[in-house]
Design a protein around this ligand. Structure first.
Ligand SMILES: *Cc1c(COP(=O)(O)O)cnc(C)c1O
Length: 420
């Protein structure tokens, strides 16, 4: 059982809420740094090991600055994410562009920044060539199709829109070699929030064997293997965390079995984890507006799906604690709801919790990745602030809450002067 703790007491959270009204996401810098260092240490046998943090998981410059300081790179999925990474200070091959259905201006910006471009499809080669020319380094995203099973979040590989197929892969590298590419990477991402450690060992085996096949059949030497992201985190207290040490040790064995005899050593291996890096170290702090007794008991919060979409979107579990009431008997059963006019706007269904009253603070755990960033303005809801709990215990505003002015900022009313 994992103990789901909040790094601050109820009184401390109340003090913060006096300055920054709820709801807000709070991130724990110390925990993020300690986790990053532990992750790097486990994979230190890999020369040039890096995690390219998936910016979409937590696109905040303060968080990205911490990760840059911890020697991470970034994985970007769009032009704004590329520009954000550049502004934070990521340079050259610290940046990877793994996008979908990529427009020319994204390729152009990635090339200008010297990022590693990870192509999702053969049709993208022409777009890349037209918009940015052929870079010295190129990577392809591989989709193994029926050779692997995916999981519920990402679906079956053969049903997924991502990546090039097994039949296309050797030819893809041959084409790029003929076009003058000098350095080659190979990427895959076949699961999301996966907790089974052996899954990632099998992914390494698949990529190592494929690198060997590519070399034999096209003469192209893969120099960079990108294992993608998708390492899960224990959202439920009784979930078992992924065993990174086991994954690392098994990967090293496979490296010595497959990569070394094929003369592909030294080969750099990287990950693109987002969730694993920040997920457990973020908290959505919210306040109870009403406790409603209907056919069921409802706890209505001042946040909603716009602040955390995962429960409504995927039925995902997020642990909930009530600061100051942790030790009370959890003998009540509630649906914990948001204020959206959508019946799936529920953070928890039939959750056992202590007796809750209006005005209580409620903490929703594990919101550090794919939390704030999935937010939206449906129902006229405004996105919350993001706060950082610094290592010295101070709290810093790292993104202000949206205001009504932000809501109106993009609107053009009939009769108002046309601005382009
Ligand atoms: C979303 C995404 C990631 C990060 O996924 P996590 O589950 O946060 O680790 C990495 N790579 C790509 C290509 C992605 O789309």
């Amino acid at each position: 059982m994992i103990e789901k703790r909040v790094p601050l007491s109820g009184e401390q959270l109340e003090e913060i809420a006096k300055i920054y009204p709820t709801p807000f996401h709070l991130y724990d810098e110390k925990a993020i740094r300690e986790n990053a260092r532990a992750f790097y240490k486990i994979f230190s046998w890999i020369k040039g090991f890096k995690n390219h943090f998936a910016v979409k998981a937590c696109p905040n410059p303060a968080i990205l600055t911490i990760l840059l300081d911890e020697k991470m790179g970034v994985d970007c999925s769009s032009l704004p994410e590329l520009l954000l990474s550049d502004k934070v200070g990521f340079r050259g091959e610290e940046i990877v562009l793994t996008s979908n259905d990529t427009p020319p201006e994204e390729f152009a910006a990635a090339a200008r920044l010297g990022a590693v471009i990870n192509l999702d499809d053969l049709a993208h080669i022409e777009t890349l060539e037209r918009s940015a020319g052929i870079p010295e380094t190129i990577s392809f995203r591989y989709n193994p199709g029926e050779a692997r099973t995916g999981n519920v979040l990402i679906g079956l590989p053969q049903e997924a829109k991502y990546g090039i197929t097994r039949d296309q892969v050797v030819e893809a590298y041959r084409v790029m070699k003929d076009k003058g590419v000098k350095h080659f990477g190979l990427h895959t991402m076949v699961a999301s929030n996966e907790l089974e450690s052996s899954y990632f060992v099998e992914t390494a085996r698949m990529l190592f064997e494929l690198a060997a096949k590519i070399k034999r059949e096209s003469g192209v030497c893969i120099e960079l293997i990108n294992m993608g992201g998708g390492i899960g985190i224990p959202y439920r207290p009784d979930d078992q965390a992924v065993d990174l040490k086991y994954i690392s040790e098994e990967m090293e064995k496979l490296y010595n079995e497959i990569i070394v005899p094929e003369n592909l050593h030294p080969l750099r291996i990287v990950f693109e984890c987002g969730r694993l890096i920040t997920g457990p170290y973020g908290y959505l702090v919210s306040r109870v507006r009403h406790v409603a007794s209907k056919y069921k008991m409802y706890v209505g919060l001042d946040s909603c799906m716009a602040n955390l979409m995962r429960p409504g979107l995927y039925g995902a579990y997020h642990h909930i604690t009530v600061p100051g009431k942790e030790e009370l008997p959890h003998d009540q059963v509630y649906d914990v709801t948001g204020s959206l006019c959508e019946n799936n706007d529920k953070f928890a269904i039939d959750r056992k919790l202590p007796l809750i009253e209006a005005g209580d603070l409620v903490v929703i755990h594990d919101t550090g990745a794919h939390g704030y960033s999935m937010g939206f303005n449906y129902n006229g809801k405004l996105r919350s602030a993001e706060l950082l709990l610094r290592e010295d215990g101070s709290v810093q505003l790292i993104r202000r809450a949206e205001t009504i002015d932000d809501y109106f900022a993009t609107m053009r009313f009939p009769g108002s002067p046309v601005k382009v």
